[in-house]
Write a protein that binds this ligand. Structure first.
Ligand SMILES: C[S@@+](CC[C@H](N)C(=O)[O-])C[C@H]1O[C@@H](n2cnc3c(N)ncnc32)[C@H](O)[C@@H]1O
Length: 315
């Protein structure tokens, strides 16, 4: 589905939003959410309107480019008509397909990858072994710069007790465990014996096996069985996306104040932005991204690292 955005500078974003939702809602379906956002659904596409202090953001999605142009036209014309007291400039971005969005241009991404502390031989060997042993699934492994970022976060936060949801063949767990002190502990959760057999082998070889406790089984059960007091310093979530909101809830209450939650793939290759994607994991990630931005238990920031990484620090 093509998507196009316009960020319109204005002194009256909420007022125009209400006028648009109310007026265009006569011929289309429209709604106003409690957080101030509006949605207008036409037969040809949808416009989501978000007010902020000094601008009105419009995101239009449609089945095809013709529909997109039609929705852009009707929304922009009415907005300009309502703005009798100021001159608005409505400039739409070139249409993109939500499922094809990359946060970072691949060329820039490659530059980032080659400009951090390089992966050592063991991690490089693990990458090759994972490709050999798991074929297409190897794409699930985090990239090296994200691994270096994880190690740095563990060191910077001084974490001693960590949790990982989604081990696969152990790349990210090695990166986390390497940042922990010698008496640190990483609880690593996964459902696959087959993939984590490779992880175990590499944990041994990396000299971090003693710091890692592997729990095989649905991670939600493992997390729910943990003591409820807030004792976790850092947790990394990189498993089945539909369960992210549930993992977040279980972990956020067990994080100590100042503890850090790191969530991978929060951008879902751009599909979080594209209402065309309505599978359970798309809805779950969209819901969680919205929740984290408002959740008073944490302060959070979404970073353009690989497929999107959110850091949520417990207050
Ligand atoms: C994206 S991979 C993790 C990649 C890993 N972090 C790395 O750097 O190599 C996702 C992992 O989550 C695991 N997984 C999927 N559903 C799960 C569940 N319900 N509970 C625990 N682990 C699960 C899969 O077996 C898979 O190994």
């Amino acid at each position: 589905m093509p998507i196009s955005t316009a960020r319109v500078a204005t002194t009256r974003p909420a007022r125009y939003l209400k006028q648009l939702v109310s007026h265009l809602g006569r011929k289309a379906t429209s709604s106003l959410a409690t957080d101030g956002r509006g949605t207008i659904t036409f037969s040809r596409g949808t416009c989501v309107l978000t007010p902020s202090r000094d601008q009105l953001e419009l995101i239009v999605t449609a089945e095809d480019l013709e529909g997109l142009a039609g929705v852009q036209d009707v929304v922009a014309r009415h907005l300009l008509r309502f703005a009798t007291q100021e001159e608005l400039d409505v400039r739409w971005s070139a249409p993109v397909a939500g499922g094809d969005l990359e946060i970072v241009d691949p060329v820039a991404g490659d530059y980032l990858l080659t400009h951090c502390t390089p992966a050592d031989e063991l991690l490089q060997e693990l990458v090759a072994r994972t490709r050999e042993a798991t074929g297409g699934a190897a794409g699930m492994q985090i990239a090296h710069d994200e691994g270096a970022f994880l190690t740095m976060l563990v060191r910077l936060t001084g974490a001693r007790r960590a949790v990982e949801v989604g081990v696969f063949t152990g790349y990210s767990s090695i990166c986390i465990a390497r940042g922990l002190p010698a008496d640190g502990h990483l609880l690593a959760c996964d459902v696959s014996e087959e993939w984590t057999d490779i992880a175990r082998e590499y944990w041994e070889r990396a000299g971090v096996a003693e710091r890692i406790e592997l729990k095989i089984g649905p991670a939600l059960e493992t997390l729910r069985a943990l003591p409820e007091e807030p004792s976790i310093d850092l947790a990394f979530i990189d498993a089945d996306k539909a369960n992210y909101p549930a993992y977040y809830e279980e972990l956020v209450q067990r994080l100590r104040p100042g503890g850090l939650l790191v969530l991978d793939n929060v951008f879902l290759g751009g599909r979080v932005l594209d209402p065309a994607y309505q599978e359970e994991h798309h809805l779950a990630m969209r819901r969680l991204n919205d929740l984290m931005a408002r959740d008073e238990r944490v302060e959070s920031v979404m970073l353009p690292v690989r497929d999107g990484v959110t850091l949520a620090r417990k207050r």
